[in-house]
Design a binder for this molecule. Structure first.
Ligand SMILES: C[S@@+](CC[C@H](N)C(=O)[O-])C[C@H]1O[C@@H](n2cnc3c(N)ncnc32)[C@H](O)[C@@H]1O
Length: 212
């Protein structure tokens, strides 16, 4: 029989992997606050062009969406892709004007099956998401498919050693060594630059990939 502590940790881990319901509302706020710097740094690293076509995949509480909208400007398009219906609903209600103008397009989808056409993006970010994807190679291949050659694809992850010390990550997170993620991106046809962020309490890594 699982203890109350185990059930709480398992619930938290499952909410982080797919925020939903009443708890999901609080998780969205926590994600936006806790991951603000990592998300903003990923947006910077993505070198988003004005007028560009870009995406935040697994946007969670949605902190990356306004940052990307600002960067692409009036003539660009931001795609927000999520597996969580509740995070999509939250983003829909917070961005009615941008959705109405066509600047923001929200869609249900997964890192391993993106609702985007080949080479359609100038840049994509996905931050704190790949822990929830069992098949990283499939996700990297899919990301490299939708970002055009020469574009930027930024994967942000918490430092795996620091993440392993968090009590909830043993409940379903897949924590991969950074060199493994780099090798998987390279195998998917990208050149990769590794940036380190001294975010607290968890340092992050940005893997800035350019499809060839
Ligand atoms: C820990 S949250 C991170 C949210 C946000 N990117 C951030 O850094 O605050 C993980 C998000 O990834 C989404 N997610 C999980 N698996 C996914 C998948 N296979 N494809 C797309 N999104 C996924 C979850 O629904 C959740 O909103």
């Amino acid at each position: 029989m699982s203890s109350v502590r185990e059930r709480l940790l398992s619930t938290l881990a499952s909410q982080l992997g797919n925020p939903h319901g009443v708890l999901g509302k609080g998780v969205a706020l926590l994600l936006n606050r806790g991951n603000k710097t990592a998300i903003a740094s990923a947006v910077d690293a993505a070198a988003v062009p004005s007028g560009g076509n870009v995406a935040d995949i697994g946007f969670g509480g949605g902190a990356g969406l306004p940052l990307l909208l600002e960067r692409v400007g009036a003539d660009g398009v931001v795609h927000g892709v999520e597996i969580s219906a509740d995070m999509l609903a939250r983003a829909r209600s917070g961005h009615t004007r941008d959705i109405g103008s066509g600047r923001l397009r929200l869609a249900e989808g997964s890192l391993t099956a993106l609702p985007l056409t080949d080479d359609s993006l100038d840049a994509a970010i996905t931050v704190n998401t790949v822990y929830f994807v069992p098949d990283l190679a499939a996700a990297c291949t899919e990301l490299a498919r939708v970002v055009r050659p020469g574009g930027r694809l930024v994967i942000g992850i918490g430092d795996p050693d620091a993440m392993a010390k968090l009590p909830f990550t043993s409940y379903g997170f897949t924590l991969r060594p950074v060199p493994d993620v780099i090798a998987t991106l390279e195998h998917a046809g990208c050149t990769v630059e590794h940036q380190r962020l001294s975010t607290r309490p968890i340092p992050h890594h940005l893997l800035v990939a350019t499809p060839r």
